[in-house]
Design a binder for this molecule. Structure first.
Ligand code: NI
Length: 142
């Protein structure tokens, strides 16, 4: 198979599933069924690759915490300095008088990114944290 260009392939699906696919594609604003399917495949590949612990991934960790929590800010800062190679950028927003939201942009091996995210989320006083994993863009055709 050629590496570039568009290839056609035949797939068989139950009628109901195909109708659901078409209605979802329309609702999401895809111009064609193929574009919707290509995005779903990319998403599946990204989801799969994060289980390869050595694979390089990118991601963003969003956390919400109370900045009055004793020691929390210094704990978070220490963790981030310990892993500065994995952290590309941090965005801090003061949500209200008490609560802060931080988005930490990460890139590195899947295992290291997940471990760092778990450590930050587990810090006492972090109310909620969620890691969104994506691709670095390498090795994933558009
Ligand atoms: Ni703040």
């Amino acid at each position: 198979m050629k590496k570039t260009g568009v290839h056609r392939f035949t797939a068989s699906l139950p009628g109901d599933l195909l109708r659901s696919l078409d209605s979802m594609s329309r609702e999401k604003g895809y111009r064609t069924r193929s574009l919707a399917i290509a995005d779903m495949i990319r998403s599946g590949i990204i989801e799969h690759r994060q289980h390869h612990l050595d694979a390089e991934i990118a991601g963003s960790l969003t956390i919400v915490y109370d900045h009055h929590q004793r020691n929390l800010q210094s704990v978070l800062t220490s963790i981030q300095h310990d892993h500065h190679r994995l952290i590309l950028s941090t965005l801090h927003v003061h949500l209200d008088h008490d609560n802060c939201l931080e988005v930490i942009v990460l890139r590195g091996k899947a295992a290291e990114i997940k471990q760092l995210a778990e450590r930050i989320i587990a810090a006492k006083g972090v109310k909620h944290g969620k890691l969104a994993i994506t691709t670095t863009g390498k090795d994933l055709p558009a």
